[in-house]
Design a protein around this ligand. Structure first.
Ligand code: SAM
Length: 270
């Protein structure tokens, strides 16, 4: 049925969901292919397939998704982490100095700071979000990935959640879709990723203006900002950071050759 409906990964989706419904890993599922399935189990499989047919992603249905090789629990309030965002983590790992202190704004599942701290035992961080349910999920992900002792969480809008503290690096993958465009996104995104995680205001750039305007106060001299962007936002976001006095601004491309991350440096004398 999934194939007929045009799901590109129909066979894989069906295997993953069947395995999840029956509590079987890929190998057990393959070796027990000829087994008869009890009615109650079949009903559970059908229920998950129904959700997939309604456009919900496999990761949302099974409740976890891998990011940077680590497992992340998802919830209704969290964006599903995307592979594109791994570039931001790669750049952050290079940018963070020894014993560096990181601030991640709009953390969702916590995938960005957790992936960074998991690879940098010397680093510590603070992660914020406007959604308290997202922060609960992020806290559980920090524990699951053994970084909870080095990552704290704060609830609030962008920098309102942060005390007067300074960081070596600020990261963010903010909502960056223009409000009017959100409705046109694929059902898997617009119907299941939370609106708060997608909608970046009338032109999709509102969060970058806030981040560029306020980051300076929260960065050590020479500190750096790394923000994920939409593929067509490079020029606009570079200009926003330039207007707010940042230097050495660069746009990094993802593996598909698309603009994906903007890097901006806080001037040393500011
Ligand atoms: C695009 S999602 C990114 C989530 C996660 N960092 C990731 O890369 O998967 C944007 C996140 O920003 C949060 N957010 C939206 N508006 C915010 C605000 N005013 N202050 C703080 N966080 C906000 C959303 O709740 C969401 O978790």
């Amino acid at each position: 049925v999934l194939t007929r409906l045009g799901f590109e990964t129909a066979a894989l989706d069906a295997r993953l969901l069947t395995g999840h419904a029956l509590g079987l890993d890929a190998l057990s599922l393959a070796t027990r292919e000829q087994d008869t399935v009890a009615d109650a189990d079949a009903a559970r499989v059908a229920d998950l397939m129904q959700r997939r047919m309604g456009g919900e992603s496999v990761a949302r249905i099974v409740g976890t998704r891998e990011f940077y090789g680590l497992p992340f629990q998802l919830g209704p309030a969290t964006l599903e982490p995307r592979p594109d965002t791994e570039l931001l983590v790669d750049l952050a790992l290079k940018a963070l100095p020894q014993d560096g202190r990181l601030l991640d704004l709009g953390t969702g599942t916590g995938c960005i700071p957790i992936a960074i701290l998991a690879n940098r035992p010397d680093a510590t961080g603070l992660a914020t979000d406007l959604n308290s349910d997202a922060l609960v999920v992020a806290g559980e992900n920090a524990t699951r990935n053994a970084v909870a002792d080095r990552l704290t969480f704060a609830l609030g809008s962008w920098f309102e959640a942060v005390r007067s503290e300074q960081f070596d690096l600020i990261t963010s993958n903010p909502p960056y879709i223009a409000s009017a465009v959100v409705e046109t996104l694929a059902p898997e995104v617009k119907d299941f990723d939370p609106r708060l995680a997608l909608d970046g205001g009338p032109d999709g750039l509102a969060p970058y203006r806030i981040i560029a305007q306020q980051s300076g106060r929260f960065l050590v001299p020479g500190g750096q900002v790394l923000v994920e962007i939409g593929h067509d936002q490079g020029v606009a976001v570079v200009e926003i950071f330039r207007l707010h006095g940042f230097a050495d601004i660069a746009v990094h491309k993802d593996l598909n050759g698309l603009d994906r991350v903007v890097e901006a440096h806080h001037l040393k004398d500011k």
